[in-house]
Design a binder for this molecule. Structure first.
Ligand code: ATP
Ligand code: MG
Length: 301
């Protein structure tokens, strides 16, 4: 487990001033253990993650059996921040039947012809399940804010250019949407994997230099990197406007992958445990039926 006061520092507090520059992408969970050396630190981080994963698997089993709540995990980040790796590692111990991952790319013509939340609604997790959004409706106030030409016909009639009011309306709609989901039993946890520009450069170079990583590199990633500051502004505004008690944002340090994974696993496990999901009660009637079934099986030749 990571200390709860540390997790609390990563949570964006509703109504409070929020500045991304107050969050260090290079933060290491184990600063107080620095003298152990890099290998020992990684060992320790791995041990924490293993415990977290076992706890998460147990919590998910109960969530599934309980069947009252759904969990929606939203992952947002710049390229190469480690969304895919986080999903792979954090969910590695979880029963695949209880978990679904949806990745959102550029919307299709059909999707663009609807309201901006439409395609995400269809992918929401049902009760008992964990749904992971690898990118989400937040793209509609992030990449779309950086490149407003992507809006196309989604711009309200008469409006030529989306202004402050337009984006504030979208934040408001997102908050209302999430409140609706929360009231209907969906627990929403949102993670911004906070990568530094320097570490992104290092990871891009690694993708270019190592043949087995070449496939991960895309020229458009480099183009988006040139809009880094505009993205950071868009993230800052979006997180400040949409972090609520029922759907909080966590700014997760992403320059060290083990930190990212440990934090996400910890927050998800703690949230599910907080629901106190239970295995369905066995009534006296049920017990009688179970005893009869046992007797019937025992009596078989
Ligand atoms: P990978 O790790 O494989 O690169 P990825 O999530 O970056 O994963 P890509 O196919 O590289 O996947 O990129 C998806 C692209 O789709 C991103 O550039 C993202 O900004 C864009 N996208 C996602 N949602 C929207 C949206 N609503 N409107 C416009 N573009 C979107
Ligand atoms: Mg990409």
């Amino acid at each position: 487990m990571i200390r709860p006061d540390i997790i609390d520092l990563l949570r964006v507090k509703p109504g409070k001033k929020f500045r991304l520059k107050d969050h260090n992408p290079g933060w290491k969970q184990s600063e107080e253990f620095e003298e152990l050396g890099k290998d020992a630190l990684k060992e320790r981080a791995k041990a924490i993650l293993d415990t977290n994963l076992a706890d998460l698997a147990e919590a998910q089993g109960r969530l599934y059996a309980d069947g009252r709540y759904a969990v929606l995990i939203v992952l947002q980040a710049m390229d190469a921040a480690g969304k895919d790796g986080t999903i792979k590692h954090v969910m590695s111990g979880v029963n695949p039947q209880g978990c679904q991952v949806s990745s959102f790319k550029k919307p299709s013509a059909e999707e663009l012809a609807h309201d901006f939340l439409w395609r995400y609604v269809k992918a929401l997790p049902e009760r008992g399940r964990i749904g992971i959004f690898n990118r989400s409706y937040y793209e509609d106030v992030l990449v779309v804010k950086v490149h407003p030409e992507l809006l196309g016909r989604q711009l309200p009639p008469g409006a030529e250019k989306p202004g402050k009011k337009f984006w504030e309306a979208r934040y408001e709609d997102i908050v209302a949407f999430e409140r609706h989901l929360a009231r209907n039993g969906t627990v929403i946890l949102k993670f911004f994997l906070n990568l530094s520009k320097g570490e992104q450069k290092r990871r891009f170079l690694e993708r270019l230099d190592r043949p087995e990583k070449n496939w991960k590199f895309s020229a458009s990633d480099l183009a988006e990197r040139t809009h880094w500051d505009a993205y950071m502004d868009a993230y800052e505004d979006a997180l400040a406007a949409t972090s609520t008690d029922e759907a909080p944002w966590y700014v997760v340090p992403a320059d060290h992958k083990w930190v990212t994974r440990a934090v996400v696993a910890d927050v998800v496990t703690t949230a599910i445990r907080g629901l106190d999901p239970r295995y369905p009660d066995v009534t006296d009637e049920d017990r009688k039926r179970l005893a009869a079934a046992r007797a019937q099986l025992a009596a078989e030749e």
